[in-house]
Design a protein around this ligand. Sequence first.
Ligand SMILES: [Fe+2]
Ligand SMILES: [Fe+2]
Length: 287
Amino acid sequence: MLRDPEQIQRIVEDGRDLPTLSVVVTRVSEMVRDPRVSAAAVGRVISEDQALTAKVLKLVNSSFYGFPQRVNSVTRAIVILGFNRVRNLTLTASVLGALPARHGAFSVASFWAHSVATAIASDSLAKILRLPAEAEDAFVSGLLHDIGKLMTIHFFKEEFEAVMKTVVEKNCLVVEAEQETIGTTHAHIGGWLSQRWNFPESIAASVRMHHQPDLSHQHRRLVMIVHVADILARALGLGSGGDMRIPVVDEASWRELGLTREVLDQCMKEMLDRVEQTEEFIEMVTQ
Ligand SMILES: [Fe+2]
Ligand SMILES: [Fe+2]
């Protein structure tokens, strides 16, 4: 028996059977909203969770940031990267640690390859378009945009299998098959999860609206960036989101972001230049 959308929403929002994130993540998110907070104070809170601290430092020292010197403390990372980026790192490390790394039939490795490619594309696009506010959260928003899919795979197995069957039978997009089979989509499921896990609103909006950027209000430009990045990752065949078709770029996003052929070419070039970082990232994720 497939569950209906309300039932799925209740299960995700209730969260009893879902993994929990480190309490440190919520505290850090609250702290960075306070302009008077010090790097040392945030560093102390993160350091209370040793496993999380180790993961954050591993991410900081990975090739994504490419610092010539090793960063050995969280406080130092905050000084170099700023509060928001370190908050995003704790969120990333905590989410990746909370989700099971493997799942039989579905290739979780190609799911993460798609997610990392979308993260890189979002980051590059925000920088090429000179949108510094969006650039802060672009990487993590791209990385987590399809988190609802991973939720469905792990916690709604029957529903996930029904969706994948529809994808094959109708040769349609996952998001279309989801709407038809379970009456909701991974974007909505991810949105409920984002609330449950207290994601910052910018990231939650990207998760919830990346397939309907034209309908988004808050963080509209970031949502549009993630929407375009998702399509570029598919166009370059980096990883897989579970379907073979490539959706078209939403017209409003194209217009409002001021996209041009040159911008997309430059972004795709950067994605290919950074593609070897994907391997390293997936290794960190699936360890
Ligand atoms: Fe998606
Ligand atoms: Fe995607």
